[in-house]
Design a protein. Structure first.
Ligand code: NDP
Length: 240
């Protein structure tokens, strides 16, 4: 039986690598995105993976989008809450909009999407919910009070969902990447990036594929006993 995996923000960066890894491990994959049609079209052309467009911060749009995916593909068996943004500023300069946008896209999205799929998973007796947090949600980061709060929130959210659904065959886990070579990191100034790499024992940035492989494992039958956990993939930068 082919399982359907839905990856939010799955058309670029880490999400695209996750979508590819899930496809390679035999899933029917749907990758969502917000607005970059060009990237989505190129992604489908390269991979054959289906894409759908809606804003994960919009509760109604998530209910509708998931409903359409279920109608077309039969179910959502694996949900990867990956879509995320940054709006960095130190707290004493942070605007309310910067706070709200990051909380809405990085944390409310997990509620919006998980709420839309959870009853189907409970009824099916199988489900995998994997949320992409960040090392900065574990250790905090200057200039990222909004982002760190949202990412730390995903960890508490996941532990609660894991407890509520364990007996229904539904697991919930977090993957917390360190610095991964993507467009998000490309916007970090070079001198800052050099300093960051200096703090990573493995002495390099991570690759998106290294996150994809971990998510494919957590989505697998072999990971049925793993729930409520946070898998840190950060080259040893922060050990918890
Ligand atoms: P990218 O900016 O490369 O890609 C983001 C993806 O999310 C795109 O597909 C984008 O769609 C989509 N997206 C953004 N906002 C929304 C929204 N409101 N609704 C639907 N889709 C949306 O991100 P990365 O690959 O760098 O990061 C992926 C995840 O990994 C994020 O949660 C990030 O916080 C986390 N992370 C990243 C790290 C890194 O080093 N890059 C480190 C640790 C964690 P579109 O193309 O339409 O804009």
């Amino acid at each position: 039986m082919t399982r359907t995996a839905l990856v939010t923000g799955g058309t670029r960066g880490i999400g695209a690598a996750i979508a590819r890894a899930l496809s390679d491990s035999g899933h029917q994959v749907v990758a969502t995105y917000q607005g970059n049609d060009q990237a989505a079209t190129a992604f489908t052309r390269d991979t054959g993976i289906a894409t759908r467009k809606w804003d994960v911060a919009d509760f109604e749009a998530c209910q509708q989008g998931v409903g359409e995916v279920v109608e077309e593909f039969g179910s959502v068996d694996v949900l990867v809450n990956n879509a995320g943004i940054t709006r960095d500023a130190t707290l004493h300069k942070m605007e309310l909009d910067d706070w709200n946008a990051v909380i809405a896209t990085n944390l409310n999205s997990a509620f919006n999407m998980t709420r839309a799929v959870i009853n189907g998973m409970r009824e099916a007796g199988f489900g995998r919910i994997i949320s992409i947090a960040s090392v900065n949600g574990q250790k905090g980061q200057m200039g990222q009070a909004n982002y760190a709060a949202a990412k730390a929130g995903l960890i508490g959210f996941t532990k609660s969902v894991a407890q509520e659904n364990a007996r229904r065959g539904v697991t919930a886990n977090v993957v917390a990447p360190g610095y991964i070579s993507t467009e998000m990191v490309a916007s970090v100034p070079e001198n800052v990036l050099e300093k960051i790499i200096g703090q990573i024992p493995v002495n390099r940035l991570g690759e998106a594929e290294e996150i994809g492989e971990a998510v494919a494992y957590l989505a697998s039958d072999g990971a049925a006993f793993v729930t409520g956990s946070t898998l840190s993939i950060n080259g040893g930068q922060y050990m918890v």
